[in-house]
Write a protein that binds this ligand. Structure first.
Ligand SMILES: [Zn+2]
Length: 256
């Protein structure tokens, strides 16, 4: 995004009248007209494009959204930002679970979507002190705690299972029962798992329509989606259970 849009000015905005997760506001999106895009940032799953005059474009891709810099028009294009140079920036979303909002500084500060988010897992803020404090006295299973996003963001269902395998911690263990050295291992495992996934272009999702290089991490998954297959470490059968409505995979031998 940075390479393609920073420094460019929004000359015009078009939007469909269809509802995404929130209704699109043509009026608010048009307040971005004439403003230059100064920087791009990501917070959890939210993309933030900061513009001149303290305005921010917040985008969440939902289940099937994409931000594309392209001259091609497709069905399911919902917002088009015409820029002063090169191809337009297009928000495309067949399933319409995404969010596209134009915010003032005050609206950004109070934005409901950004409240209560945990720390970024690859930032220095995510360390054993933070995780230990969050686990203290908590009877919740560690996997559920990781997944809910209040302590740390970005550890999705696949990566939570994978990181817990790498740290040899059983996903059902009550958070309060995990010792500090094991939590330290878990912090490292989360960082390593996410970094490897990023390096390999993520894990394939059904509607993936990005640069065409996604999905390689999938081939290396240790436990996720491998129910009844042999553990790559010990050969025991991988077990699958459901926790808070989400599938969890683990090895009964390696994870205690
Ligand atoms: Zn095993």
């Amino acid at each position: 995004m940075e390479a393609h849009v920073v420094g460019r000015r929004i000359e015009d905005v078009w939007c469909s009248n269809l509802r995404l997760r929130e209704p699109l506001s043509k009026r608010r999106l048009r307040t971005l007209k004439g403003r230059q895009i100064l920087s791009c940032e990501r917070r959890a799953k939210y993309l933030l494009l900061h513009l001149e005059g303290a305005r921010t474009l917040l985008v969440h891709l939902g289940m099937s959204g994409n931000l594309l810099v392209t001259d091609e028009r497709q069905k399911h294009d919902h917002v088009i930002f015409h820029l002063d140079d090169g191809a337009p920036l297009v928000y495309h979303d067949p399933r319409r679970f995404g969010i596209v909002l134009a915010l003032t500084a005050t609206q950004l500060k109070n934005c409901v979507w950004l409240q209560g988010l945990g720390v970024e897992p690859l930032s220095a803020d995510f360390d054993v002190d933070l995780l230990a404090a969050a686990c203290k006295g908590r009877q919740r299973p560690i996997k559920t705690l990781l997944l809910d996003g209040h302590v740390v963001v970005g550890v999705g269902n696949i990566y939570a299972s994978e990181a817990l395998f790498a740290a040899a911690i059983r996903p059902t263990t009550a958070a309060r029962r995990i010792s500090r050295p094991r939590l330290e291992r878990l912090v490292d495992a989360i960082r390593t798992t996410l970094q490897q996934a990023i390096d390999h272009g993520g894990t394939t999702i059904r509607d993936y329509a990005g640069s065409g290089t996604g999905g390689y991490f999938q081939r290396q998954l240790a436990v996720y989606g491998r129910e009844a297959e042999p553990c790559r470490t010990c050969g025991a059968k991988i077990k699958s259970i459901v926790q808070s409505g989400r599938s969890t995979f683990y090895c009964t031998q390696c994870q205690r």
